[in-house]
Ligand binder design. Sequence first.
Ligand code: NCD
Length: 345
Amino acid sequence: MTTDAALAADEAGPIPSPLANPAPAGRWPHRHLLDVDVLTPDQLDLVMHTTETMTEILARPIPKVPALRGWGVTNLFYEASTRTRVSFEVAAKNLSADVVNVTASASSVTKGESLIDTIRTLEALGARLLVIRHATAGAPNLAAEHFGGSVLNAGDGAHAHPTQALLDLYTMQTHLEGGSVAGRKVVILGDVLHSRVARSNLWSLTAAGADVWVCGPATLLRGFDAWAAAGVGGSRRFTVTSDLGAALREADVVMALRIQKERMASGLLPSLREYAARFGLTRERVALAKPGALVMHPGPMNEGVEIAADVAAGGQSVITDQVANGVAVRMAVLYLLSGARAVGA
Ligand code: NCD
């Protein structure tokens, strides 16, 4: 075959897909995904439905579609990650994107290059969708101001982790009878203070009608009373308590959070052993929730601290499903953002 013929054959594209590029942008007006607080209940539904389609694709013998063919997706991670980074990479590859992974500790960041220069460099090298994780809250927002494509926040400081909240919502919807979190009691337990997962989940779960309780030692709930009283309050249902028994009573979902020692100032916890004794999610404590309540954890887990090993591996745990659903949700979000970009949103 001549080069021209080979290129022409390639132009014809691979296997036809229900996901023609670009995604329909009408119902998805967002250029970036920096947090879930901007998503209306309708837009949350759109992400959930798109995720269902992606889940169907993932069940095929070859889970690959050409939706993002020719799109440069760059993963820029300034913080450690296993499941989030790998699932973004797998998601982008399943959509046939060209994926580049940059680990800040092995990049020119170590030579003093600024975030803005790094982003401009990656854009010049072909990035159109930039996935960024950073220890500083607001870094993805800054990136969005300087990047010509779309920015996806993969976790910034204690601020936000939108795709984790979306995969948590999807996991709950697929496991709860009736397929909805509306009216369901969801308990987020542990180091809420340092958790971007808790903050993003608060927005999406309350927007979807869940009754959200955050629970932990008072030192790890600081500031959340103000959320309950102000913004997240209103018509949304949100309770802050250190009373674990009250939180677990009638709960439909219990999500344990990791104790984030790396972000923790001294004096917030007497010791991990004491935390585990008072707030660790044990079998006896899970039994205080509704029979069959879902047990969740965003990972990585410290078994024996915030969650007992037998609970994490037990029949009520959907922790592995959370990880698997991360791929489908990230495929959905990359796809929706590419559609918005294609019409210049
Ligand atoms: C979380 C994170 O990095 O925010 N993990 C994740 O992305 N699944 C939670 C944590 O680090 O404890």
